[in-house]
Design a binder for this molecule. Structure first.
Ligand code: ZN
Length: 452
């Protein structure tokens, strides 16, 4: 019995060693960021807040140590502080939006998603992207009307809370799912989205982190620094967390045209690239579309729209110009998987009181709907040869973007409004260029014939 106790105690202590104690939460001057420092989203022009490997902390020179301040990560996730004085900023709790409910736990999230899948079998498919380190499921809610039969509906994705202590998005996902399901058949926009799109929602990518109230997964890995970089193999698994691998597999099996992942710690839409400077010639190939999606999101979120200064304009920033992130999900999905993927920061306080959730919902509802609707705006082509057989492996270029996306048989390419010059290339066929007027997908395709 005693031996078992020591084994259990050892397992517990090694688990926490791998997790929270692997990192120190510190304030560091921007001019002296030690190697291995992981920045948090909190904005300031003098200091960075973030995580320093405990080993590095231990070995800092006295001069450098003098400049660093160790902080309580949990306190920082639940309140807002003045970065210079480190005093908590007291703000009145405004709850003008009426009744609120507490945050979902993993257990209550699981029961609610199962109940919704049971209540709306014609609209909901509940599945898992795989298990976490601790054996929890990474739930995926797919919303799409089963009676509208089309194997090639555009696929759209929202992922929240890959950082476990950034939980507002998790609740927004649940509210969004409830809202779409309840208004299907009566509200025109919800009905259109569910009839003609496949909406994938992952409320909690890192449930182990959320249960522990920490940023990292159960092994102390920051999932948003864990995806392959642009010079690596797109699906290399070496050194990756199981949660990262599960999401990579999901992207291998689906082409998510338009996507976003949700964080807290700041208030903005953050655009690719995170890993390199967004100078005019180096911008993301679908930058024009990405920017119009970002504006769709930020323009309907009043507090976000007010964020200005530094790299921020009307609540929007490019990632790298804010701070560089290597191994992020946004750049990986946009670069390797033909996605148009942004990072949404929903709240300056990472884990605000549950009474503020109705207010966040009021600020984000229209943005969440509009962003997905834009995912259905664009070209919808059925590409056949002269005998009417569907064509495979079609490279699609459009005049408002600088990247080629590849499709089989059916093309859904989101674009901004206005006529697009479209070039279609497929092995063994003559290249064809035509002008197409984008439309919101309503189940109909324009047929294009390619000649051998
Ligand atoms: Zn985050």
């Amino acid at each position: 019995m005693k031996a078992l106790y020591w084994v259990v105690a050892f397992l517990l202590s090694s688990a926490s060693l791998l997790g929270a104690t692997k990192w120190k939460y510190v304030r560091a001057p921007l001019t002296d960021l030690p190697k291995g420092f992981i920045r948090d989203h909190i904005r300031d022009d003098q200091y960075a807040i973030g995580y320093l490997p405990a080993e590095t902390w231990k070995n800092l020179t006295p001069e450098l140590r003098e400049k660093m301040v160790e902080l309580d990560a949990r306190a920082w996730s639940e309140a807002q502080f003045n970065l210079k004085t480190l005093q908590e900023i007291q703000r009145p709790v405004i709850n003008e939006f009426g009744p609120f409910e507490e945050y979902h736990t993993y257990t209550s999230l699981t029961s609610e998603l199962k109940a919704l899948a049971e209540k709306y079998p014609q609209l909901v498919t509940l599945s898992s992207a795989g298990k976490t380190v601790d054996g929890r499921e990474i739930w995926i809610v797919e919303l799409s009307a089963r009676d509208v039969v089309d194997e090639n509906k555009p696929q759209l994705l929202y992922v929240s809370s890959m950082h476990g202590d950034e939980v507002v998005g998790k609740e927004m996902m649940v509210y969004f799912i409830r809202d779409l399901l309840a208004s299907y058949g009566t509200d025109e926009r919800a009905t259109q989205l569910l009839r003609y799109g496949r909406l994938f929602l992952i409320p909690s990518m890192n449930p182990d982190g959320t249960e522990r109230h920490q940023r990292f997964n159960a092994n102390g890995v920051d999932l948003n620094r864990n995806f392959p970089e642009m010079n690596e193999q797109p699906f290399s698994t070496s050194g990756r967390a199981i949660e990262t691998i599960n999401l990579m597999e999901l992207h291998r099996n689906h082409h998510f045209l338009v996507a976003a992942n949700f964080h807290t710690g700041s208030l903005c839409v953050n655009l690719p690239w995170d890993h390199k400077a967004n100078s005019p010639g180096e911008k993301f190939g679908d930058d024009v579309l990405m920017m119009s999606l970002a504006k769709e999101y930020a323009s309907h979120n009043a507090p976000m729209l007010e964020v200005q200064g530094g790299s921020f304009h009307d609540g929007i920033t490019y990632g790298y110009e804010w701070y560089q992130v290597l191994g992020g999900m946004q750049d990986w999905a946009s670069f390797f998987r033909g996605s148009t993927h942004a990072t949404m920061e929903l709240s300056e306080i990472k884990w605000p009181s549950a009474s503020s959730l109705p207010g966040f919902w009021s600020n984000n509802r229209e943005s969440l709907v509009g962003y997905f609707e834009h995912g259905l705006d664009g070209l919808h082509l059925r590409v056949v040869d002269e005998k009417g057989a569907l064509v495979q492996n079609i490279g699609v270029d459009i005049s408002t973007a600088k990247r080629t996306l590849t499709y089989n048989n059916f093309v859904h390419r989101p674009t901004v409004a206005g006529p697009q010059q479209v070039t279609l290339k497929a092995p063994g066929y003559l290249t064809q260029t035509l002008t197409v007027n984008p439309s919101r997908f309503d189940g109909t395709y324009q047929t294009v014939v390619l000649r051998k």
